[in-house]
Design a protein around this ligand. Structure first.
Ligand code: PZK
Length: 321
């Protein structure tokens, strides 16, 4: 009975997010479908009781702030990457279709805007835990490790340095805190929240998917340093949901640039972060407008990530969508 105890936890989460009611809130210039949920850069709409429309926008966040200017096609890059992985991974998932022609209530203009950036997905009861897998010691886990240890690093050996490859990938689940930030859970806390059976299954599935994806990434000259998965129940099956293995949910490094002990620039976002740093912005909204060359340079980096990871041309993805 994997899903025992999930219901009450999920209800509590819905209570504080407050974003699950149909028609509760329409983000700028979007659809007449009932709105289900809004993320910093993604939107979810209801098609019917069984199906949702998952939309990746061109919004970009930096230093936790949504920037004023979209990055053209960023949502299509991320959706194309999720589709690449859903097809490649041999694991039950929520993706159903990219066919928008039979969805009622979308006009031609909206359909053109949604093409390439949206997925029809199976509605699931989302497990309220982010399933993070780390193959390398970086970011918040490195900071935690260096300052004496904590939940994400409790099972790591001593003596590692920044950016080290871990002896084996670790499952470091986290939960969305009321602040909106992820809070790492100890193994004991996660087992307490989920129950041992669901914890073990999420860990097994997440590690298996990471291993498969990291192997494919390596064959393309990329390191998959870490990634975050979400799962949900539909008809008592545990499905991989959300976006998968995108640069927004994962840390990819070019293998030839990696060296332990060194900081690794973000493949996709470093360019825009560097410009923001030089602008003197203090990270309080609104962010400054980006010059055209920074918008175009950031787009080029997302497209480069797509082409390296999938081994296919992004233009071909656009033309096939
Ligand atoms: C679901 N989120 C996260 C929040 C986003 C995404 N298949 C599913 N069934 C039911 N619910 C969800 C999913 C998925 N995926 C995912 N929230 C609900 C989220 C805000 C915006 F795009």
């Amino acid at each position: 009975m994997l899903r025992q105890g999930l219901g009450s936890y999920e209800r509590a989460r819905r209570g504080y997010e407050g974003g699950t009611g149909p028609n509760r809130y329409y983000p700028a210039a979007m659809l007449a479908l009932p709105h289900v949920a809004s993320g910093k850069v993604r939107e979810i709409y209801e098609i019917d009781q069984q199906r949702l429309l998952f939309v990746a926008t061109d919004r970009i966040s930096a230093y936790d702030v949504i920037l004023e200017d979209p990055i053209p096609d960023k949502g299509r890059v991320l959706t194309g990457l999720s589709l690449h992985w859903f097809r490649l991974l041999d694991t039950p998932h929520h993706f159903l279709s990219t066919d928008l022609s039979t969805i009622p209530g979308i006009d031609d203009k909206e359909r053109a805007e949604l093409t390439g950036r949206s997925m029809v997905v199976r509605r699931a009861e989302v497990v309220p835990v982010e399933c993070v897998i780390r193959g390398y010691l970086y970011g918040s886990a490195w900071r935690e490790y260096r300052s004496g240890g904590g939940p994400a690093t409790e099972h790591l050996p001593a003596g590692l340095e920044m950016g080290d490859r871990l002896p084996q990938p670790v499952f470091t689940p986290a939960t969305k805190a009321a602040s909106g930030h992820d809070e790492n859970l100890t193994e004991g806390e996660a087992r307490g929240l989920l129950g041992d059976e669901l914890y073990d299954e999420l860990r097994r599935r997440s590690l298996e998917i990471y291993q498969t994806a990291a192997g494919h990434a390596a064959a393309s000259g990329m390191i998959l340093a870490d990634t975050k998965f979400e799962f949900g129940f539909a008809d008592d099956r545990l499905l991989l949901v959300d976006e998968v293995l995108t640069p927004d949910s994962s840390r990819y490094w070019p293998a030839d640039a990696w060296q332990p002990g060194r900081s690794m620039p973000s493949f996709d976002k470093q360019f825009v972060r560097d410009w923001l740093d030089g602008s003197g912005w203090d990270h309080t909204p609104p962010a400054p407008h980006l010059p055209p060359e920074v918008i175009e340079g950031t787009r080029a980096r997302y497209v480069d990530a797509f082409e390296r990871i999938t081994g296919t041309r992004f233009q071909a993805y656009l033309e096939g969508s």
